[in-house]
Design a protein around this ligand. Structure first.
Ligand SMILES: C[S@@+](CC[C@H](N)C(=O)[O-])C[C@H]1O[C@@H](n2cnc3c(N)ncnc32)[C@H](O)[C@@H]1O
Length: 215
């Protein structure tokens, strides 16, 4: 994902906004690949931002805000959500929109707000994610990430799960969060993206993210 985002940076899209920067894993890679980028990461969870700041040192701007209602008073060339606030959920041959709220009007408002933070023809990159399953994963610097998943509802537009995740080091919890995550079904996703002011451009050749352009 970072290599692909870097290819956009090298093509002149230097102002990057990450939606749900978390502990800064993507940002850390961008810092190495494209130190010249003007990077801003937004996250709603201060404990995530504390870890991200340690990871990034002085590089980049980190802002505690809710992406749905943030008002950063500037525009960006690219907004990227890498396992962040919105994702493309690959579920068999369906590509749903994964999010954290089952209020579709809120998503339209949130994505419209993202469009407001993009310059003319700015791009929105949404990472592709496999179906959520309970699992545990070792991250660099001895941190262990784990998540637990439970299905909590479904209708013709949306399916909802509850995801609990933890970052631990030597058994001690560094950060934890419980989120509702929804799969907005593919047909509805296209409608929402259009209503929020985005048109679909392509699936990146890496297959790792979908590219939308502000209309
Ligand atoms: C899996 S983590 C992101 C990982 C990160 N992009 C990376 O590459 O390391 C998802 C993040 O989204 C954040 N998040 C969820 N809803 C949000 C919202 N409405 N506004 C801002 N951040 C949000 C969570 O706090 C969490 O840190």
């Amino acid at each position: 994902m970072a290599i692909a985002v870097n290819s956009f940076i090298k093509n002149g899209h230097k102002k990057i906004l990450e939606l749900g920067v978390g502990t800064g894993l993507l940002a850390e890679k961008l810092k190495v690949l494209a130190p010249e980028a003007e990077f801003t990461g937004v996250d709603i969870t201060s404990s995530m931002l504390d870890i991200a700041r340690k990871r990034l040192g002085e590089w980049g701007k980190l802002i505690e805000a809710d992406v749905y209602i943030m008002d950063l008073q500037e525009t960006f060339d690219i907004a990227v959500s890498s396992r962040g606030v919105w994702v493309i959920s690959q579920r068999g041959d369906r590509t749903d929109l994964g999010n954290h709220t089952n209020e579709i009007p809120q998503d339209i408002k949130g994505l419209t707000n993202v469009a407001k933070h993009l310059c003319q023809e700015g791009l929105l990159l949404l990472s592709v994610q496999g179906e959520h399953k309970s699992h545990q994963q070792n991250l660099p610097t001895g941190i262990v990430y784990s998540q637990e998943i439970e299905k909590i509802g479904e209708n013709d537009e949306i399916e909802s799960i509850e995801k609990s995740y933890f970052f631990k080091k030597d058994g001690e919890i560094l950060a934890q969060q419980k989120l509702n995550l929804n799969y907005i079904k593919q047909w509805k996703k296209e409608e929402i993206m259009a209503q929020a002011g985005f048109s679909f451009v392509s699936i990146h050749e890496s297959q790792k993210f979908h590219v939308y352009r502000k209309k």
